[in-house]
Design a protein around this ligand. Structure first.
Ligand code: ADP
Ligand code: NI
Length: 223
């Protein structure tokens, strides 16, 4: 059901945006404020054509990376906890806080590789919004940025792509960045939950395919 936000809720969203921007001012570039802003925008784009609770979706889009478990020894409960404490300070109702926390806990790519115990339309929307930021032109930029940060090769024709990776293999890969396209990025369009995100993903996916064709052409020294 479409639940438009009230003006009071819009005020809470703006306060949350300001808080997140401040909290993430020193964050690494893969999950900085600009990532959050793009996910929030993707979320609003999806909400134009999907029926969901706008307040819950937008709050979660803003708070979904507030404390990345990677930096807290893999503790997946820290993000939901920080988000929950902040929303409580704004006197957001308990039911909404719980929903936001459940989504954050369950929406990561890693969680989607394992058992997912919670489902809601709002989770679908926010997860799609986050995944859309990993594909297309932005996705390409983020992948090479990450690979550079890890000092990976951009491409090495001798290193095969892994298929059906386990959670551990995914975490431990040191493969060239091009491999990441086949191991994750090109798979994301089929993982979109909502029809709206599937449409958006199709265009961004095609852009990545074009990029790869151009890349291999140039690699071989073709025009
Ligand atoms: P998420 O926040 O979606 O769970 P990650 O933290 O795994 O994703 O990655 C953040 C960004 O870095 C994404 O755009 C992702 O595609 C990119 N990235 C992650 N792992 C790799 C890798 N092995 N090679 C290149 N890019 C990567
Ligand atoms: Ni994210």
């Amino acid at each position: 059901m479409k639940v438009p936000k009230t003006s009071q809720q819009e005020e809470i969203i703006q306060k949350t945006a300001a808080y997140v921007q401040e909290q993430l001012k020193d964050a690494e570039s893969g999950h900085d404020w600009w990532h959050i802003l793009r996910v929030w925008n993707n979320c609003k784009l999806i909400l134009q054509t999907e029926e969901a609770d706008e307040f819950v979706c937008e709050l979660t889009a803003l708070l979904h990376d507030i404390a990345d478990s990677k930096f807290y020894g893999g503790d997946e409960t820290i993000g939901p906890r920080v988000a929950g404490e902040f929303l409580k300070s704004l006197e957001v109702e308990h039911e909404v806080i719980e929903h936001v926390q459940q989504i954050i806990l369950n929406m990561s790519f890693k969680a989607s590789l394992g058992e997912v115990s919670f489902h809601s339309k709002e989770l679908e929307v926010v997860q799609d919004a986050d995944r859309l930021d990993a594909i297309g032109a932005i996705g390409i930029a983020r992948a090479f940025n990450y690979g550079g940060y890890k000092n990976r090769e951009i491409y090495n024709p001798d290193v095969p792509f892994l298929e059906n990776q386990s959670k551990e293999a995914y975490k431990n890969t040191t493969a060239p960045t091009i491999n990441h396209f086949y191991e994750k990025l090109l798979l994301l369009k089929d993982k979109m939950n909502t029809v709206s995100a599937k449409h958006i993903a199709a265009g961004r996916h095609a852009f990545m395919e074009d990029f790869l064709q151009q890349f291999y052409g140039e690699w071989r020294g073709e025009q």
